[in-house]
Design a protein around this ligand. Structure first.
Ligand code: ASP
Ligand code: MG
Length: 438
């Protein structure tokens, strides 16, 4: 069995959808299961629509227009998604009366309609093109999650439920990405771009031979092509490398995508719908020998650096524990850590809760917070075998006179991270790319 996940662009117009149909047809002997995003742009329209409705201006027109145009282009009847549009209309009218109603639960419920409509359209179009198919709403098919709306995670029962449900589906199952259901019955979403995550959840549930993520780029590149125009495709990545890359800002896959695949050792292949013959990137437990030592350079903006010093704690145990307790108490996630005996520098990429953390820390230490930084990560599991790599990295940034504000090079050495001023982010990525991928 094979899972094929198609993103919003791949399902955004007739031309792309025709390509999808021929890709699916070519893989029928491998018993594909499709996981689909909303048609490109629809999730944003839905969320914007919900906010406008709560502000007293409900307007379903943009969504109706987009869906209708697409269905007509596919030669399908717009009435196919009438029940969903009716539901949305009622919800938007309700939001107008209930301005305080924009809870994360409500946003999830609204956003879910993008995928609900998309799978109906794709299944109908496949049938029209003589590929037997059935639309499957993942929440109704047992994809149960925790109740963290907007960033839900699957519960263990989800795998069993999905496997059982999908066994009974006729033709190619066309499953909604992105959405699930909490035990209290409310609709949840797995976070923006969450359909990638759904794909590996489904893959693990059915024990798929492979999960294909069909997107609008030819796999992972050695750097962000907007910063490094001659960035090159990366043929293979390990699970660890891909997770780091996703976490550090490469937009290719949702950061949680890899986890379900790891548990069953399922390869995940990133492919380009517009260049179906390009090799793409395969992500698996290991990668062939002789490949790259460093696989890619990722970077992330908006980094806060928190510097914590305490003379009083010199030579005493428990300082680190107290520091990290403060971060835990306010649910603030730390990315990079650099330490010495009496000081710790940590980087944080979301300011939420940071003020309270700083307040707590000030009870026993001096704290400085610097904003407007970027984190640049050099990623590659074989980095530990590349002698002199750290030297080359620091030479390169030194030559460009880029001030490095923090460094972290962990014991597993999958990743070397440096923090630099935001305005030197692009220079840093370019300089490192030039020396690491000559
Ligand atoms: N439609 C959702 C989004 O736009 C999920 C996805 O596309 O993966 O974020
Ligand atoms: Mg995506």
């Amino acid at each position: 069995m094979l899972v094929m996940k198609f993103g919003g662009t791949s399902l955004g117009d007739r031309e792309h959808i025709d390509t999808v149909v021929s890709l699916v047809r070519g893989r029928l002997p491998r018993r594909p299961i499709l996981v689909c995003s909303a048609h490109g742009g629809v999730t944003d329209l839905l969320l914007d629509g919900a906010h406008a409705a709560a502000a007293g201006k409900p307007d379903l027109q943009p969504i109706v227009a987009r869906e209708t145009a697409l269905l007509e282009a596919l030669g399908l009847k717009p009435s196919l998604v009438e029940p969903e549009l009716d539901c949305l209309e009622q919800m938007f009218q309700g939001l107008k009366l209930l301005p305080a109603g924009l809870a994360p639960q409500v946003l999830d419920q609204v956003a879910a309609f993008g995928e609900r409509m998309s799978v109906k359209a794709i299944a109908a179009y496949l049938k029209k093109r003589r590929v037997p198919a059935t639309a499957v709403q993942a929440d109704e098919a047992g994809l149960v999650t925790d109740a963290r709306h907007g960033r839900a995670r699957p519960l263990p029962a989800a795998y069993r439920n999905l496997a059982k449900h999908l066994r009974g589906v006729k033709g190619v199952p066309v499953v909604t990405g992105f959405i699930g259901r909490a035990m209290d019955g409310s609709v949840t979403t797995l976070g923006r771009s969450g359909s990638d995550f759904t794909a590996t959840i489904v893959g693990r549930a059915v024990g798929a031979e492979e999960v294909e993520i069909w997107t609008d780029v030819s796999g992972v590149l050695t750097a962000d092509p907007r910063i490094v125009p001659d960035a090159r495709p990366v043929k293979a990545l390990t699970y660890a490398e891909a997770s780091e890359l996703a976490y550090y800002g490469a937009k290719v896959i949702h950061p949680s995508t890899i986890q379900p695949a790891v548990e069953k050792g399922i390869p995940v292949r990133i492919l380009n719908t517009m260049q179906p013959d390009a090799e793409g990137t395969v992500i698996g437990p290991s990668r062939p020998r002789g490949g790259l030592k460093v696989t890619s350079i990722a970077s992330k903006s908006g980094i806060f650096l928190v510097n914590i010093t305490s003379g009083r704690m010199l030579g005493q145990s428990g300082f680190m524990a107290k520091v990290f307790d403060a971060f835990r108490a306010h649910d603030v996630i730390v990315d990079l850590i650099a330490t010495s005996e009496v000081s710790v520098t940590v980087s944080v990429d979301k300011p939420d809760g940071l003020d309270q953390v700083v307040q707590d820390l000030r009870e026993f230490s001096k704290v400085q917070v610097a904003k407007d930084n970027a984190l640049v990560a050099v990623i590659g599991e074989r980095m530990r075998r590349a002698s002199g790599l750290a030297g080359r990295v620091f030479d390169a940034v030194g030559r460009e006179r880029i001030p490095v504000r923090a460094i972290s090079y962990g014991a597993t050495k999958t990743n070397l991270q440096i923090v630099v001023p935001e305005k030197r982010r692009a220079d840093t990525v370019k300089a490192l790319h030039a020396v690491l991928f000559p």
